[in-house]
Every structure is written in structure tokens, then in C-alpha cells.
Design a protein around this ligand. Structure first.
Ligand code: DGY
Length: 418
């Protein structure tokens, strides 16, 4: 195992651009929001100082309105599209105009607990985290759940949850463009052209409005309440509250957010399919997909064991789990990005939630499965659930990071032993 630990550390070092880490060379040459936060817990295994710097660099791109962008373009790189000229972010650094799953508060708390000597770094980040969470609660909270205005915001770019909302969008006015992603990864493992047309249409809409959230709330045809966002923000609010209390800070505002989202999570509960899924606010309907994000309910601390029947069913369908889309769903594609493949970092969050809810046995099962998948197939971006075959980018930062922090038998945290 230790050879793999060394390999994981080497991947982080290779992807380190000085203060921030790219997800992988070529395909993603900038700082991505939640990739970076995962990178931090990977660094924390061997270099705490570097771990904190990663998160501090991310927050150096925070907008005045509190939003923390999903991409920060520190140095222009033609190997990626769409770049800063298309996004036209309005922050202190060139950036995209949307955010990403807000896992940072939870990870900051983990880092602070790992080595108390760094507590002042956590304390200094609290106002930044508060501003970011307040941005979500002000602009993106509808009926208590967190909505997105672009699929890229959830990280689950092309999952079948967007098929319904996308069918209702006519991507008019998108100029001719050249994708770069398919020069790095084969087309069958990436989103379709149809999806890209709509991704770019939504970027154009936001950029032309100057990323005016009040306008987008009315005008954006894509407005979907999402479990990734709602569950990670709820969990992060709980962790932010714990840190605020420890530092003797006021917690009433955070308490309000937690209460709102605990109630609002109900909007994501699809009674017919007995699952958490997305809720399309424009069409007023559930998307009807059991995804790996559905299983973040334990991580958020909502719903008790409501998702257990699907967990038991889905983990019995393919050798490697948790697939990003239910293999029994008609849209399942085991090699295409978020339409089927397994994502190791999602598994870490799911396992963590299960362990916290007292399901150490399940956390252990997911950990061992992920360990075998990575050990047998390398540090890929994602994996085919049928045989674990690597897919997407290689030498991937977050896969290496969750290996070091969690999945490795030698360096990982033993969640199931708790
Ligand atoms: C991409 O370019 O595929 C990214 O996921 C967008 O954030």
C-alpha cells in the first residue's frame, strides 16, 4: 500500500501550481472550488501548512457579494474552454460566475481538529465562510432547498437529473465554439455536444447580466433544487456552527439557516420514487433519479435511514459502487462522466455521513470497495462500476487526496472503527 501512498503524494505535488492545485494537468488547468478543498485534506496527511494555504487561496477569489467561484483562473491556459473571457466573472480575480458544492466549512473543521495549532487559521476563515453561506441563503434558497442556475455548479455536470430541464431550453445565440475537453478525454466519457450547447447558453445568460442574481432568479430557465448543494451546505452549516461556538462567536444566524434547510430538504424528497432527488422549480416536478448525491442525506443529518433500501439495492448491482446514476435507470451510462461512473470523493462524503449516523459497517464497506477500485485501477477521475476501469482524467488530485485522507489502509482515517 505504501507505494500507492507515495504515488498519491506525488500526484498532489505534480498538480501543485504554488498555493493552489489543479484537478489534473491539461483537462482542468485552473483552481476548481471543491477539488481544491479535497486537495487540502490530501495535503493534510503530510503537510498541514500547505493544506491551509490551498483553502486560503480559494477564498482569495471570493466575490464582494460572498460568492466563491467554481473556477479561479489564476493563469490563462488555452487548453481549457470556456475561459475567463467567456465567463466574465466580477470578483477580485478572473473567475467563473457560479459556485460549487460548499464543502469547505466541514473540511476546515476537520483540518482544525487534526492539528489544533492551526486553529487561528480556521478562525480567520469563519467570516469568509459566513459570507459565502449567506450568499447561498440569500440568492439560492427556495422553499428551504438550495437551487442551482447551472449544472456545473453541482459538480454533477451531465447527470440525468438535467435531462428534463435541458429539454425545455433552446440554446439560442450561442456562438460557434471549440471544445477542448475532448482533446484530453475520449468523447464517450464526456458530456454530449447537446449538453455543451446548453452549458454555454447558461453561461452567456449569466455573463450578459453581469451575474445579477436577482435578475437570474427571474430569468434563468434552469433553476433546480439539488441534493449536492443542499446537503453539503446543511452539513457545512452544522460544522460552521460548531466552530463559531468554539471561538465564542454568535451562532443565531447559522441556527436559522440550519432550521430552514432541515425543513427545506423535504422539497427534495420524492415520495413516488422513495428517494431524495432534484426538484425542477421551473417545471414544478421531481427529476426521478437516484444518484450518488441522494446518499448524502446522512452526511447532512436528515431523513434518518430513508435512503437505506436504495443503498442496499444499488450496492448489489455492480461490483464497484456508488454509481453516480442508478444502474436500473434508463439513462445509466457506466462510462459517461456523471451518468453512471463511480466517483471516489463522493464515496468519501457518503461513507463519512454513514459513519456519523452510526452505520460504521456501511462506511467500512464503501471504504474497502473504493480502496480496491483505486488500488486496481489508479488515481483516475472516475471509474466504471462494472469493472472499475479508469475513466476521464488521470493522475487526479481529488482521487489522490481522498486516498491519503480516507481510502488508504495505511494513511486513511478509519471511519468504521469509530
Ligand atoms: C468541465 O469543464 O467539465 C467542468 O466540470 C466544468 O466545471
Amino acid at each position: 500500500m505504501s507505494a500507492l501512498d507515495d504515488e498519491a503524494r506525488a500526484i498532489l505535488a505534480t498538480n501543485d501550481r504554488g498555493g493552489y492545485t489543479v484537478p489534473t494537468h491539461g483537462l482542468y488547468p485552473y483552481q476548481w472550488n471543491w477539488d481544491s478543498v479535497f486537495a487540502a485534506i490530501g495535503f493534510a496527511e503530510h503537510d498541514m501548512e500547505r493544506a491551509w494555504v490551498e483553502i486560503e487561496t480559494l477564498f482569495s477569489g471570493q466575490w464582494e457579494n460572498g460568492m466563491v467561484p467554481h473556477i479561479i483562473f489564476h493563469q490563462v491556459d488555452p487548453s481549457y474552454f470556456p475561459g475567463p473571457d467567456v465567463w466574465r466573472g466580477i470578483g477580485p480575480l478572473p473567475s467563473s460566475g457560479i459556485s460549487q458544492p460548499p464543502i469547505a466549512a466541514t473540511f476546515v473543521r476537520w483540518l482544525a481538529e487534526k492539528d489544533g495549532a492551526f486553529a487561528p487559521r480556521a478562525e480567520a476563515l469563519i467570516p469568509r465562510l459566513m459570507d459565502w453561506h449567506r450568499w447561498f441563503m440569500t440568492w439560492r434558497c427556495e422553499r428551504g432547498a438550495i437551487v442551482v442556475t447551472h449544472p456545473w455548479e453541482t459538480g454533477r455536470d451531465n447527470c440525468p437529473d438535467w435531462d428534463g430541464p435541458f429539454a425545455a431550453i433552446e440554446p439560442e445565440g450561442v456562438e460557434q465554439y471549440y471544445r477542448r475537453d475532448t482533446t484530453h478525454v475520449i468523447e464517450e466519457e464526456r458530456p454530449r455536444r447537446y449538453d455543451y450547447d446548453r452549458y454555454l447558453y447558461l453561461v452567456k445568460l449569466g455573463a450578459e447580466s453581469g451575474w445579477d442574481e436577482a435578475y437570474l432568479r427571474q430569468a434563468n430557465p434552469f433553476r433546480v433544487a439539488d441534493p449536492t448543494m443542499t446537503f453539503t451546505l446543511l452539513r457545512s452549516c452544522r460544522d460552521l456552527r460548531a466552530m463559531a461556538e468554539e471561538f465564542g462567536l454568535e451562532t443565531a444566524e447559522i441556527d436559522g439557516w440550519i432550521k430552514t434547510m432541515e425543513e427545506g430538504a423535504e422539497l427534495l424528497w420524492n415520495d413516488d420514487a422513495a428517494t431524495y432527488d432534484c426538484y425542477d422549480l421551473r417545471a414544478e416536478k421531481h427529476t426521478g433519479v437516484v444518484s450518488n448525491a441522494s446518499f448524502l442525506s446522512w452526511y447532512a443529518g436528515v431523513g434518518g435511514d430513508r435512503m437505506m433500501p436504495h443503498l442496499e439495492r444499488i450496492t448489489g448491482l455492480e461490483p464497484f459502487f456508488i454509481p453516480s446514476t442508478d444502474p436500473e435507470h434508463e439513462a445509466y451510462e457506466p462510462k459517461r462522466y456523471w451518468r453512471g461512473p463511480v466517483w471516489a470523493m463522493m464515496n468519501m462524503l457518503i461513507a463519512r455521513g454513514l459513519a456519523d449516523a452510526g452505520h460504521g459497517d456501511w462506511a467500512g464497506k464503501i471504504t474497502e470497495n473504493t480502496r480496491a477500485m483505486i488500488a486496481g485501477n489508479g488515481f483516475a477521475e472516475y471509474f466504471d462500476p462494472r469493472d472499475g476501469a479508469p475513466a476521464g482524467g488521470r493522475n487526479f488530485t481529488w482521487t489522490a487526496a481522498v486516498w491519503l485522507a480516507w481510502a488508504s489502509a495505511t494513511t486513511g482515517e478509519k471511519l468504521w472503527a469509530a
